[in-house]
Design a protein around this ligand. Structure first.
Ligand SMILES: [Cu+2]
Length: 471
């Protein structure tokens, strides 16, 4: 039997991905390990549409890719390679991490409820590893807990995991061997199981990412693996804004966004412009009658959530973690607050000692968003990114859901910035303004200082001449 044709997987972009040793006979193939494809490009790769078995809408892994597989009899075979990788966190910064098949996170494993999966794991790390299939129902010996359910996988060895996918849903994989170090180094991946019934809670666009965090000092490349909470890079799929790709969706599309949290703290993920419903967790589907509407969904450590909405409002809608320190890149938390402090005089004295010293933050930190400051090697500005109206002043866990009319079904290309209908953008008021400054202020006194604005006490009745009566 010529198996080779069946092992061609068609990428949605039209490209063909050849997986496995498809040029050899079935018998040899059955005894061999499938190829382990590698991707290093940090851009979001086209999803892999199914060519055998039930149809499904493939997931788009944000700044990632789906692992090709081969069929071997009744088994869907995958090959993960645990290895050191170099990951660009955002343009201008690279991290030396550990991951799978050339990338952190590893490639997304995608299959269908009822599939028999055989996953080969080769260890190219300098220490032992093991892979836990988070959320999957499986025989205990396939659970991947080093020491407890299997021997740790020594460097250079390949282990094989075999189990049947009993239910559909949003799952992940991560090490359970020197777990703290290996997850701090970026080892993790998504495991999406589609329903056997192609119509079951189907959407038009399905996105997935993992929340992860690193502590990498400016000028260095390797994460500090002992950091517990004070991370300086808050990432989605080991990328930080502006390195995170947009979620491109067509107007009217049914959209699902799935995410899992492998950081050390919770993240309230907030989407602007829509209400949505949580459709699933790593425990399974939330019955439709049990889901309530939300605009933010908090995800605890080790949890996964998927939420669904209909994209009926065009625009560039922000999606981000609502902890505002998590939409910042590397920052010094020890910096004092200078809001309201006039540092002009003291800055002059400091500049005599430290040439090039810049006083900052007297009016807030927003000035950093538009400033070109020299940075140390291999780090990211704390707040950055530009859009059509100016600096976005963000970093970390931030991206944009771009909802556009007339997109082709599988078009995930960045469509650029939203063209707002005339008159629909917030604008400067140029008409008559009610008295905001003290009535006793001279009209030709120039722009008012903050102390010259009138404090209006709503409990006091305005007097006939427009000011306020004191009692
Ligand atoms: Cu967060």
């Amino acid at each position: 039997m010529d198996l080779s044709r069946r092992h061609l997987i068609r990428a949605a972009g039209g490209g063909l991905v050849l997986t496995g040793a498809s040029m050899v006979s079935g018998r040899v193939q059955a005894a061999s390990i499938p190829e382990a494809p590698t991707v290093r490009d940090p851009a979001t790769q086209a999803p892999l549409a199914p060519t055998t078995g039930p149809d499904y809408q493939p997931v788009v892994t944000l700044n990632g890719w789906t692992l090709p597989w081969r069929m071997n009899g009744d088994w869907k075979e995958f090959h993960l390679v645990a290895e050191p990788v170099v990951r660009e966190i955002a343009p201008g910064m690279k991290a030396h991490l550990w991951g799978y098949n050339g990338q952190s996170p590893g490639p997304t494993i995608e299959a269908v409820e009822g599939d028999n999966v055989r996953i080969f794991v080769t260890n190219r790390l300098p220490e032992t590893t093991a892979v836990h299939w988070h959320g999957q129902r499986l025989p205990n010996g396939m659970d991947g807990v080093g020491g407890l359910t299997q021997p740790h996988i020594p460097p250079g060895k390949t282990f094989v995991y075999e189990f049947r996918l009993r239910r559909s849903g949003t799952f992940m994989y991560h090490p359970h061997s020197d777990e703290m170090v290996q997850m701090a180094m970026g080892m993790m991946g998504l495991f999406i199981v589609h329903p056997r019934d192609p119509a079951f809670r189907r959407v038009d666009r399905d996105f997935a990412f993992l929340l992860n965090a690193f502590d990498i000092e400016a000028g260095s490349y390797v994460p500090k693996v002992n950091t517990m909470t004070e991370f300086n890079l808050w990432c989605w799929n080991s990328r930080a804004f502006p390195g995170i790709d947009p979620f491109v969706v067509g107007l009217g599309d049914k959209v699902r966004i799935r995410f899992g949290n492998l950081t050390m703290t919770n993240h309230p993920i907030h989407l602007h412009g829509y209400e949505f419903k949580v459709s699933g967790t790593d425990g399974g589907w939330v019955p439709e009658e049990a889901a309530w509407p939300e605009v933010s969904i908090d995800c605890a450590v080790g949890q996964m959530r998927s939420f669904d909405f209909v994209a009926d409002e065009p625009g560039d809608w922000a999606i981000h973690c609502h902890k505002s320190h998590h939409t910042m890149n590397a920052m010094g938390h020890a910096v004092k607050t200078y809001v309201g402090v006039d540092k002009k005089e003291v800055a002059k004295s400091i500049q005599k000692l430290v040439p090039g010293y810049m006083p900052m933050g007297s009016t807030g930190m927003g000035e950093m968003g538009s400033m070109e400051m020299p940075l140390p090697d291999n780090t990211l500005p704390m707040m950055t990114g530009f859009a059509q109206f100016g600096p976005v002043e963000m970093g970390g866990m931030f991206s944009v859901v771009k909802v556009r009319e007339g997109l082709a079904k599988d078009d995930y290309k960045d469509p650029g910035w939203f063209k707002h209908p005339a008159g629909s953008v917030a604008r400067e008021w140029t008409g008559a303004t009610p008295a905001l400054v003290r009535p006793d202020r001279k009209a030709d006194a120039g722009p008012p200082a903050s102390t010259e604005f009138a404090a209006v006490d709503p409990r006091k009745r305005p007097s006939a001449h427009g000011g306020h009566e004191d009692h």
